[in-house]
Design a protein around this ligand. Sequence first.
Ligand code: ATP
Length: 993
Amino acid sequence: MESCKFDEFSQDSETLITGVSSSGVLNWDKKDPLEIDPQNLMVETALNEDFKDSQMNEVQECTGDSMVCDSNSKLISSGFSKLCCSEDIVTFVNAGCEAASQAESGVEFSADAQYEGGDVIRTDESITDGGDYPFIYQSARFGNFMYQFNSLPPGDYFVELHFAEIMYTYGPKGMRVFNVLSDFDIFAVAGANKPLQLVESRVLVKEDGMIQIRFEGVHGCPLVSGICIRRAPKLADPQVTLENVRCQNCAAEIEVPLAQVKREKSTAKYEKKIEELSQQCHRKTDECYQAWMSLTAANEQLEKVRMELDNRLFQTYSLDQNLEKQAEKLKDISNRYEHDKKFWMTAVSGLEEKIKNMKKEHAQLAHDAHECADSIPELTNMLLSARNSSRRNIRVFCRCRPPSKKEQSVGYATVVDFDGAQDGELAILNGGTNKKVFKFDRVYTPKDDQVDVFADASPMATSVLDGFNVCIFAYGQTGTGKTFTMEGTEQNRGVNYRTLEKLFEIAQERSDTFTYDISVSVLEVYNEQIRDLLSISSTSKKLEIKQASEGSHHVPGIVEAKVDNTKQVWEVLRAGSNARAVGSNNVNEHSSRSHCMLSILVKAKNLINGECTKSKLWLVDLAGSERLAKTDVQGDRLKEAQNINRSLSALGDVIAALANKSSHIPYRNSKLTHLLQDSLGGDSKTLMFVQISPSEHDVGETLSSLNFASRVRGVELAPARKQIDTSELQKTKMLDLEEQLGSKAASHSQTEKQLLQLQERLKAREETCSSLQLKIKELENKLREEQQIDSAALQQVRELEKKLKEQVQESEAYSLALQQKIKELEQKLEQERDTESSLLHQKVKELEEKVKDQERQLEQRVLRPMDCAEVATAATPVGGRPPLKDEAMAEADPYILRSSNSSNRMSNASMLSRKSEFHAENRRKREFRSGETENQMPAPAALHDKKIRKSDPPKPYSRVTKTTVSRPVAAAQRPLGHSRVTREKDTKKRMWC
Ligand SMILES: Nc1ncnc2c1ncn2[C@@H]1O[C@H](COP(=O)(O)OP(=O)(O)OP(=O)(O)O)[C@@H](O)[C@H]1O
């Protein structure tokens, strides 16, 4: 504890007292006594922490009464905020200045009270009251605590409290309120971090001389800088009108003031009304509680609906996303489809254009074909003319074999001159200079091989495939090489095999436009009998030549072996050759005496125009043509020779008839000519090989053969060789045209096929697209339905919200109206009470004085038992009035406080009792409902939590927050600020209280 002196003091200046002090004593001695104008009273204060530096901190204006101090008066300063000057005040001190205060205070300051969780009041000092004015001080911090002031003279006092600071913080340990003088809410009056001044709270000190000031629910660091207790001014004694009231116990009449009676009646009336209103309030509270519960349930339901809505929204969102993905896919597919469609449309249009062009070309080709077809008659005529000319044109090729070994060994001279062979001329030297020249279409020397021979014969194969009947035969003396030319050997194949080989070769080349069916028959004519060399039948059935309806000749029952390739041909030829040898001891002799005839039947079909042809090729190896005169033969040999000569003569006759253009051609004179009828003459082509021997020994036969051949050639040698070529050219041209047409037709059919495929693909794409469009529509419908369901749910929720809002508003309005009513009634009642109580108080005092006097008088008398009437009489003061009821009650209640602000005096004990019971009951209900103390209001976040907790019913008072009720969802999403909610709650609490 330190003391400081005032540096200066000047009443003229505004600053009356200056100095530096902290937890110390301020002395001033400038004036004695110091009269200070309260309007100018200023006190400088310094805080404890700043004392050492002697820094001036705050100057606070004093707004109290005037202050009178002597020169030795001390002013204590330690962060105190006010110096209050009044004639009734002794001093006013701050916390921590016990010594100085004690010295001047005569009031016993008890500190036996201890509140749970609070500080012990550090006032075990006993302060003697040195004057009329008690002086107390104390400082305290934290928790619940209580001041108790003892040894005060009974009477009315004003209590004045000053707080240097009210510190509090937000957060878990935050404090907001503490009670002073019962339920008074300091915080509500002062606000945060502001010095508090509680002035002129009236309090009644009774016989026990004690004032208790409770601080409850203090959280934080409030610093009580000073407490002033001073006597309250005496109230004027009002004029009292008395009225007799009968005692309910003893039926004695007691005189009581009329105002008091009226007041009691009025009080009773208002109490009843208050009771009713309280009950109504309770009912409304219960209703509100029920409404709150239903609101909570509705909130829960709302929450569920919201959750469901959220889920639905999430599902919708998921569906939306899926739909978007599907839509994107569909879009891609659609784009691709459009792209493909364009591509294919372009392709189709291109193809259509191509088809159009091709149709044009086709039409052109068809036109050309028609022209060709039209020209066919001309061509046919040309061919006919060519054929007509060919009827007279039988080609003759002459072939001379090499001299045999025998001839060479004997030394026969060669009689054949081949000097003109290149020109088809052949000369036979017939003794000396006699030389006979023959001219043929071709002359083959012994040096010419099979290939050379067939090179000239191969066009015949083409003619057969073109549909002409052809006959190739070899004529000549025995042993001149007929068989060699026609059959050949395995190593050196002859005309037969090579012609067939050529047939297949050409057929293969024409396979696109022609189909060929080739079959082979092998016959032998011996002694004017036909023998089927391919027949495997053992019985030799006699074969006859028949003429078919169309005019062609054939041998019924003959084997026609179908051949598809040269290998089969060779097998057939070998089979025929083998069969020819059967039954003959001398193969060579037999072959010389029979005609070996190979018949090849060709059935052709033109794939373009559908034309079918059936042609026949005869390859004939005739029997030897030697003259009978030369050989001296008899018997069968003679017969054989005669038959051979007859058949050869018949052949000569036919040729002669053909040469002479005879109307009758004697084909039927022999089997040979009969068989060859279709291919010899007429519209057929004939090629004759005349085989000769080079030897002088055979010169006669050679000349005979050559003469016969010359006759034949005389028929056949024609100048119209070019015409034959022309017809071939025309045919080739026509073939080319047909080939072109065929390829175009094939290309056309291919294009049409492609077009069909494209159309099918396009159709499939269109089907896919339409199915996808259907799917999109289905999904869109589904989404629309979902949205409709959601909107319906939302509408339901909104209606529910609206209903709840209306309910809450109604409840609030009704509660507010009730509260207003209660407040008005209470104010009215309090006003009346105040008026009456002051009067009564005065009267009671007077009565007490009188009672005392009477007691003193009575003590002097002899004591005797008194009945009730006497007591009443004795207690009656001068006017004979009995003691007032509220006096006794006031004495019974040591906690009666009076406040100058409210002028509230609780003189009626029953009233206080009922009120306290009412408050206690309310508190119990609140505690029961909320499970919390009134001062520990739930934080908004906690309130929000409670809203969604079913098992934790809300507090009836704190729940009436508009924000929570009217906007449950929004409140849940955006909790209010702590201070705002707290103040709202406080305001409402106060309203409810
Ligand atoms: N151009 C030739 N080159 C070589 N040898 C040949 C030629 N022509 C014939 N020969 C041979 O002469 C012989 C007689 O020939 P080949 O049998 O073919 O005569 P041919 O006229 O058929 O007799 P035949 O009337 O008796 O059947 C055979 O050995 C044959 O090989």
